[in-house]
Design a protein around this ligand. Structure first.
Ligand code: HEC
Length: 241
C-alpha cells in the first residue's frame, strides 16, 4: 500500500514537471542553445544548471559601442553639415535650440568659447571638450533624450558635423566620416593634462595630515562654479556649521 502510494506520488511529480521542462526546451530557439562543443568548453565537469548562455556576437556588438578619441570603435559612415542641420532641427532643436543655444534650461551645445574661467562656464565642443569622440559617443548612445540609440551611424555623423559647424570649427560644406574623424581637432584639446596632484598638491600629502582646526581663520567662500546664487550669503544666510 505504502509502496504504491509512493510510486503514485513520484509519477504525479514527474507528470507535473515533464510539461514544464518540455515547454522550457521548446521555447529555446536554436540560437539560444549553444552548440555542444562551446558548452562543453565553458562548463567544467560538474553539474550543469543550464542557467544563462554565452552572449551572442550580435548581443556583444550591441553593447560594444564606445568610441575612443582616436576614432577606434566608430562604425563606418558619413554625414554632412547640411544633412545634420535637417536632423538637428527635427530631433534636437526643441531642447537644445536652433543654434545650439539651449531652449529654456536644456543644455547649451554651441558657443561659450573663452567662458571656462568665468562664473558661467559653457561646456561645448567649441569651448570645453578635448575630443570629438565624447560628443559622437554620447549622442549615438543617449540622444535624443528619451529616445537614445534611435540615430543611425550616418545620422550621428551628420548631426555631429552640424554641431561642429555651429561651433565654428568646420565650414558649411564639411562632411564628417569615419575616415576623417581623427583629423578634427577641438580648440580646447590643450586644456586637459594628466593628473598632476602628486606634484602640484605635494604639500597636502603628509604622513600625518592635519585633521582638526587646520585653518586658523574662519572659512570663506572664495568662488562659485556658476552664478546661480544658491550659496547662502555669509551675513544674511543661515549659519553654516
Ligand atoms: C527632450 C529634450 C532633448 C532632446 C530632444 C535632445 N536632447 Fe540632448 N540633452 C538633453 C538633456 C536633458 C541633456 C543632459 C543629459 C544629462 O546630463 O544627463 C542633453 C545632453 C546633450 C549633450 C551633452 C551636452 C554636454 O555638453 O554635456 C549633447 C551633445 C546632446 N544632448 C546632443 C543632442 C542631439 C544631437 C540631439 C538630437 C539628435 C539631442 N541632444 C536631443 C535633452 C535633449
Amino acid at each position: 500500500m505504502l509502496k504504491s502510494r509512493k510510486t503514485a506520488a513520484i509519477a504525479l511529480a514527474l507528470g507535473l514537471l515533464a510539461p514544464v521542462f518540455g515547454l522550457a526546451q521548446q521555447q529555446r530557439t536554436p540560437a539560444q542553445n549553444p552548440p555542444a562543443a562551446t558548452a562543453g568548453k565553458l562548463a567544467p565537469a560538474r553539474v550543469q544548471l543550464n542557467l544563462g548562455r554565452p552572449a551572442l556576437p550580435q548581443e556583444i556588438a550591441a553593447w560594444d559601442i564606445d568610441v575612443r578619441p582616436d576614432g577606434l570603435g566608430l562604425p563606418p559612415g558619413k554625414g554632412s553639415v547640411k544633412q545634420g542641420e535637417d536632423i538637428y532641427l527635427e530631433r534636437c532643436a526643441a531642447c537644445h535650440g536652433e543654434f545650439g543655444e539651449g531652449a529654456g534650461r536644456w543644455p547649451v551645445l554651441a558657443g561659450g568659447a573663452g567662458s571656462l574661467k568665468s562664473d558661467n562656464p559653457e561646456k561645448t565642443l567649441g569651448s570645453f571638450w578635448p575630443y570629438l569622440s565624447t560628443s559622437w559617443d554620447y549622442i549615438y548612445r543617449a540622444m535624443p533624450f528619451g529616445n537614445g540609440q534611435s540615430l543611425t551611424p550616418d545620422e550621428t555623423y551628420a548631426v555631429v558635423a552640424y554641431l561642429l559647424n555651429l561651433n565654428d570649427i568646420v565650414k558649411e560644406d564639411f562632411e564628417l566620416s569615419k575616415e576623417n574623424f581623427a583629423s578634427v581637432k577641438l580648440p580646447n584639446v590643450g586644456g586637459f593634462y594628466d593628473d598632476d596632484r602628486e606634484t602640484a598638491e605635494k604639500v597636502f600629502w603628509k604622513k600625518n595630515p592635519c585633521m582638526k582646526n587646520c585653518k586658523p581663520e574662519p572659512a570663506k567662500v572664495t568662488g562659485r562654479a556658476r552664478a546661480i546664487d544658491v550659496t547662502p550669503d555669509s551675513k544674511t544666510g543661515p549659519r553654516v556649521e
